[in-house]
Write a protein that binds this ligand. Structure first.
Ligand code: FAS
Ligand code: PHB
Length: 389
């Protein structure tokens, strides 16, 4: 088989890139290791930057998001059970949209199917090859049969554990990493959200987040040891701990119910540089990971797609490779802005096991400054709603 762009990974970045390329008349094939249902069964991001909504519109897949998504013009922060609001609209004149990554991916799968796009599920042993030549190709097996796709470019949209980043020689790649000494215990429940907007809570017992997916589907998180066993956290234990950490009015209003999904996710910051090697371009989690505190993971994947899509269009339509040659530098500039914001927000809102009284005093001062300064709040707001592409 031959195509113009071979995309490894059928998550949000791979599917969005394929959809955009298709609408620009550029052929692609998506190779996905898991089944469609497995991909859709993953519970992940919940907040879309306004730039991400714009990209979904450009891809022709934003209709359901606009119909069912929840525009949010602000968020609450809470310190020791006392909340205050950051008003995105008043500070920045922009909103975010609460619409789950699962639904974004569902809409993208539907659009690829409607367009007759090629998404091959269940592939194994995917391997990009001859990336440092003008004739790269990708091999994989399907049902025990070896296949090969010849292409012009390979987009590594295969997440943190995929083969694309591994294909870059170790002496070419610089990796930056910070692992946080805690995880997030997340619960999904078919209950009305406790608040009409998100609540990020800093509490001596640890961080908590009240989020949502729709009017009857709530998403809650509490900071927990990353090696905690899920068995330890009965639903009741989770709800009791969440109540202790939320603002008092929210804790009193909390409607609980059975957890329909419960998981512990580790938190890390990670960046791989460069995001390009020869005809391979890394996109999304294949190149970078952020702690979910700043709601940046999915949104960063989308801005990478934006830069790569524009560069590929420029290559095919104008025979100009300046976008491709500048992709890694351009994408990494935005990545590092998001890495910084996510690190700052995580450091400000969580309790670290080894933090000294000085560290705690600094965190308290940071939060008091944030509560009392519209300038500080404007900084948080412009990063949270998404910096321009
Ligand atoms: P993805 O990992 O989504 O997709 C990569 C795809 O490649 C997967 O479908 C995988 O099956 C496939 N693949 C891997 N290896 C392959 C191979 N060898 N061959 C073929 N296919 C292969 N972000 C937020 O913004 N907010 C959040 O709250 C949030 N919560 C998260 C919670 C968890 C538990 C995790 C793991 C991530 C969370 N994220 C969150 C980040 C997450 O949403 C990612 O940023 C987003 O999925 C990135 O999209 P992709 O880059 O497409 O990678
Ligand atoms: C979520 O709804 O899953 C969510 C929202 C905001 C975050 C992280 C996760 O910062």
């Amino acid at each position: 088989m031959r195509t113009q762009v071979c995309i490894i990974g059928g998550g949000p970045s791979g599917l969005l890139l394929s959809q955009l390329l298709d609408r620009a008349g550029i052929a692609s094939v998506v190779l996905e290791r898991q089944s469609r249902d497995y991909v859709l069964g993953r519970i992940r991001a919940g907040v879309l930057e306004y730039g991400t909504v714009g990209m979904l519109e450009q891809a022709g897949v934003a209709e359901r998001a606009h119909a069912e998504g929840l525009p949010h013009s602000g968020t609450y922060l809470a310190v020791q059970n006392k909340g205050f609001r950051i008003d995105f609209d008043a500070l920045i004149g922009k909103k975010v949209m609460v619409y789950g990554q699962t639904e974004v991916t569902r809409d993208l799968y539907a659009a690829r199917a409607a367009a007759g796009g090629t998404v091959i599920h269940g592939v194994e042993g995917t391997q990009p090859r001859d990336l440092d030549t003008a004739a790269p190709y990708v091999t994989y097996t399907l049902g025990g049969t070896e296949h090969r796709i010849d292409c012009d470019f390979v987009a590594g949209c295969d997440g943190f554990h995929g083969p694309s980043r591994q294909a870059i020689p170790k002496n070419v790649l610089t990796e930056y990493e910070r692992v946080y000494p805690f995880g997030w215990l997340g619960v999904l429940s078919e209950t009305p959200p406790v608040s009409h907007e998100l609540i990020y809570a800093n509490h001596p017992r640890g961080f908590a987040l009240a989020s949502m997916r729709n009017a009857n589907l709530s998403r809650y998180y509490i900071q927990a040891p990353v090696d905690d066993s899920l068995g330890k956290w009965t639903d009741q234990a989770f709800w009791d701990e969440l109540r202790r950490r939320l603002p008092h009015d929210a804790a009193d209003a909390l409607i609980t119910g059975p957890a329909i999904e419960k998981s512990i996710a580790p938190l890390r910051s990670y960046v791989a540089d460069p995001m390009r090697w020869g005809r391979l371009f890394l996109v999304g989690d294949a190149a970078h990971i952020v702690p979910p505190t700043g709601a940046k993971g999915l949104n960063l994947a989308v801005s990478d797609v934006h830069y790569l899509f524009e560069a590929l269009k420029q290559h095919y339509n104008e025979h100009d490779d300046s976008g491709l040659d500048g992709y890694s530098q351009t994408a990494l500039a935005r990545v590092w802005n998001a890495i910084r914001f996510s690190w700052w927000f995580t450091t400000t809102m969580h309790r670290f096991p080894d933090q000294t009284p000085f560290d705690q005093a600094i965190q308290d001062a940071e939060l008091r400054y944030l509560e009392g300064s519209t300038t500080a709040q404007r900084g948080l707001a412009e990063n949270y709603v998404g910096l321009p592409y």
